[in-house]
Ligand binder design. Structure first.
Ligand SMILES: C[S@@+](CC[C@H](N)C(=O)[O-])C[C@H]1O[C@@H](n2cnc3c(N)ncnc32)[C@H](O)[C@@H]1O
Length: 356
């Protein structure tokens, strides 16, 4: 068939994928045993024996793992003396305070994803379960909070800066709502930056909210409340209450995104600004071919976002790959004017209510 590559090319592609999986697993082990911290603290390349000694680890294990890390180009080796080092521009990926991206934290999810995968596979047969309920994703949710902590710190305020007039509005002191806030990192980051504004963060997973509450308390923030709520059925008295409403990477997780968007619209003031952040990819599979970010997002979605949404009665299972074309269409159909800004792997939908 047209477009098929030669068999040997395809075999190589599969090998590379399989190899990447082992490299990712090796990275997880490296993180667990402190390999990257040890390497980051050395100023000069070191032998595997010196590296093992520093970490109180068995040299034979360290040598094998370094074999995997060097052949994959994660750790570098000096061929003159077989000494290992972690280049400066690789170190920041393993250091949460400097992290360039949250990819390493995502990798740490692999073991949890493998157990979840078994539950998801059971949903495929026609007579199998509809989906996997959010309560079954406990390990996933707590881990995602770690990812969120790294990622949100780095990105969220820059998104806000990209929305005309929003930083000024939040600095002046307004009422804000963070829908499906998960652990509430997004809510807390905003509350800390915009002390004159009040922030409510809401999610239906109570366990996650307690993470954000502890952070807010430890930072003595009095302008943030995290509460358990269903985005698709917000309190009646909230109609036209909020000047700013955020939904960060969560519309696609709702059981019925249309209900969620209608509620978003109801609680946003007519003069207010809404911000929806989601994955930057296309809606049609044919437009995502050879896009490794898209395959990663579909993979996550297949194991979490979609089956969690489908577990509800009439759940849509929209999935993380709903894509910019369909997202724009759906958001507009719920009575919003939409301006889209691409910001790397994220797309920002800046929304304003169309008066009815
Ligand atoms: C991918 S997480 C994003 C969390 C957060 N916005 C962030 O960026 O860190 C999606 C969140 O949507 C929440 N969620 C899904 N459906 C919901 C609903 N109907 N009501 C409230 N929260 C919901 C999940 O519990 C989860 O915390």
């Amino acid at each position: 068939m047209e477009g098929s590559e030669a068999t040997c090319d395809f075999a190589e592609k599969l090998e590379k994928l399989f190899s990447g999986t082992f490299t990712s697993l090796g990275i997880i082990t490296g993180l667990e045993v402190g390999l990257f911290d040890i390497l980051s603290n050395f100023k000069e390349p070191k032998s595997y024996i010196e590296i093992a000694e520093k970490g109180g680890l068995k040299p034979r294990y360290v040598k094998e793992l370094l074999g995997c890390m060097t052949s994959a180009g994660i750790v570098k080796i000096d061929p003159e003396n077989e000494k290992y080092y972690l280049p400066e521009n690789h170190r920041k990926f393993f250091d949460k305070s400097k992290s360039e991206s949250c990819i390493v934290q995502y990798m740490e999810l692999l073991p949890t994803l493998c157990t979840l995968r078994e539950k998801v596979a059971k949903c495929y047969p026609l007579d199998g379960p509809k989906g996997v309920s959010p309560e079954q994703y406990k390990g996933y949710a707590s881990h995602m909070s770690k990812v969120s902590a790294v990622y949100v710190n780095r990105q969220l305020l820059s998104y806000i800066d990209q929305v005309e007039g929003l930083t000024h509005m939040l600095e002046s002191g307004v009422e804000c709502l963070d829908l499906a806030c998960g652990t509430g990192h997004t809510t807390v980051i905003m509350a800390e930056r915009f002390l004159h504004s009040n922030f409510i963060g809401g999610d239906f997973m109570a366990e996650q909210l307690s993470v954000g509450r502890d952070i807010a308390n430890s930072r003595n923030l009095t302008n943030v409340t995290l509460q358990q709520l269903n985005v698709e059925n917000l309190p009646q008295e909230w109609t036209e209450r909020f000047d700013f409403v955020l939904c960060h990477y969560a519309i696609h997780d709702l059981s019925n995104p249309e209900n969620g968007l209608n509620e978003f619209r109801r609680v946003l003031k007519t003069s207010g600004i809404g911000l929806i952040a989601d994955v930057n990819m296309h809606s049609k599979h044919s437009r995502n071919v050879d896009n490794h970010v898209a395959s990663m997002e579909y993979g996550f979605s297949e194991v979490h976002c979609m089956p969690a949404s489908l577990s509800f009665d009439d759940g849509w299972g929209l999935g993380a790959g709903w894509g910019v074309e369909y997202a724009t269409q759906l958001i507009e159909s719920c009575g919003f004017e939409v301006k889209m800004i691409e910001s790397g792997k994220t797309v920002l939908y800046i929304v304003k209510k169309i008066a009815t």
